[in-house]
Design a protein around this ligand. Structure first.
Ligand SMILES: Nc1ncnc2c1ncn2[C@@H]1O[C@H](COP(=O)(O)OP(=O)(O)OP(=O)(O)O)[C@@H](O)[C@H]1O
Ligand SMILES: [Mg+2]
Length: 367
């Protein structure tokens, strides 16, 4: 059977770059979830805004599963016409004019024994969703032009940057498929929700994505600007800014001149103004913590007192990394402390590579 790589389909595991970086409670919780969920065969729904690391998490889940030696096949579902997506996803079995079967492998078949990653799953048309649901429920599908059912041994991962519940409500996403995909969910935070990870991410990107052969250093006021900026493009934007800054740096030292105007404006703004969104989050965090403590960590009572569902409360607990020994404090000093304490040469920890081999000396990798 001929194997072809088709336009919206990306095949293979990108080997580099599979470290989830960050010591904040919310990123640690994600890393822990990946470790727990990875080895299972359950579908996983990964949600988060653009650039928050959905693709990275999908690769990491695959690499921590028993399927890691088999392919990870990514299908980018956004903007692909229904018939094209259907044809490509499920493959085609057709008779050539000579009568010789001329088959085309779809990604489901290419991912046999491995993982199928449906990126931007909310863009999949309803008809294709029904067929995918069958793969999840019965483990089989019928390629175009075929009379036989094909069994599929794939684990499904899906990513979305739109809340799927809302898509279900609007009739654009099948409820059945939503519930099948939503067995395990990983919600990725905006970078502005864990600014304390920025120094670690900066160091990671300068080390793993260097421009030129001499490593770049960074001035403390640059790091401060990066921590204070709000990052609408999330971690991807940070990586791009650092790539550009390395190109513009003189003598391999990144100074404020190498940053885009938008980030420099943050430094010019009064601290209280730029800090206000975080201040709001801090108010929310403290309030949730106080209610939880007031209710002696009884989640049902705390959720009732806050006027939200228990699920929403669990999300807030996860978002702010709250535990019943959490002290009421402010996020800002913690962020500042991280900025001050951050030293690339200190705190060397172990890092495990793709094959599970442990290498000393790198900062840290959760997996
Ligand atoms: N916690 C993290 N640690 C290290 N690198 C990260 C982290 N989060 C994201 N990245 C890096 O940021 C970039 C963007 O991540 P990724 O492509 O996975 O985002 P995404 O959520 O899939 O975005 P989109 O919705 O636009 O597809 C990648 O280079 C990824 O490796
Ligand atoms: Mg992506």
């Amino acid at each position: 059977m001929a194997v072809s790589s088709l336009p919206p389909v990306q095949i293979g595991v990108e080997s580099a770059d599979c470290c989830i970086i960050g010591s904040s409670p919310v990123v640690q919780r994600i890393a822990q979830l990946v470790q727990q969920i990875g080895p299972t065969d359950a579908p996983v729904l990964i949600s988060g805004a653009s650039g928050t690391g959905k693709g990275l998490v999908a690769r990491t889940v695959h690499l921590s599963s028993r399927r890691r030696e088999r392919p990870l096949v990514t299908v980018r579902c956004a903007g692909v016409e229904e018939s094209l997506l259907e044809n490509e996803l499920f493959g085609r079995e057709a008779a050539a004019p000579t009568g010789t079967p001329h088959n085309r492998c779809g990604p489901i078949e290419l991912a046999e024994g491995g993982t199928l990653f449906l990126d931007q799953v909310s863009d999949i048309p309803l008809g294709v969703q029904a067929r995918l649901l069958r793969v999840l429920e019965d483990g089989c599908y019928r390629p175009a032009g075929s009379t036989r059912e094909v069994r599929a041994d794939v684990r499904m991962l899906a990513a979305t940057n739109r809340p799927l519940e809302r898509e279900v409500g609007a009739g654009r996403f099948r409820e059945g498929l939503y519930y099948r995909l939503n067995v395990m969910t990983i919600e990725l935070p905006l970078l502005q929700e864990h600014p304390e990870d920025i120094p670690e991410l900066v160091e990671h990107f300068l080390r793993t994505r260097p421009v030129g052969s001499t490593p770049h250093r960074i001035q403390p006021d640059v790091l401060e600007a990066l921590v204070r900026y709000d990052w609408p493009g999330n971690v991807r934007e940070l990586a791009k800014v650092l790539e550009r800054a390395q190109m513009l740096a003189s003598d391999h030292l990144i100074t404020l001149d190498a940053l885009p105007q938008g980030i420099l404006q943050v430094m010019a703004a009064p601290a209280s103004k730029s800090a206000s969104p975080r201040h709001l989050r801090e108010v929310e965090r403290r309030h949730v913590l106080e209610v939880l403590q007031g209710e002696k960590w009884n989640k049902l009572r705390a959720a009732n007192a806050l006027g939200i569902s228990r699920r929403a409360l669990y999300r807030l607990i996860e978002k702010y990394g709250l535990e019943n020994n959490t002290l009421g404090g402010c996020l800002e000093p913690q962020k500042d402390r991280r900025l001050k304490d951050h030293c690339p040469s200190e705190g060397a920890a172990t890092v495990r590579n793709r094959t599970g081999e442990v290498k000393p000396g790198n900062r840290r990798c959760a997996l």
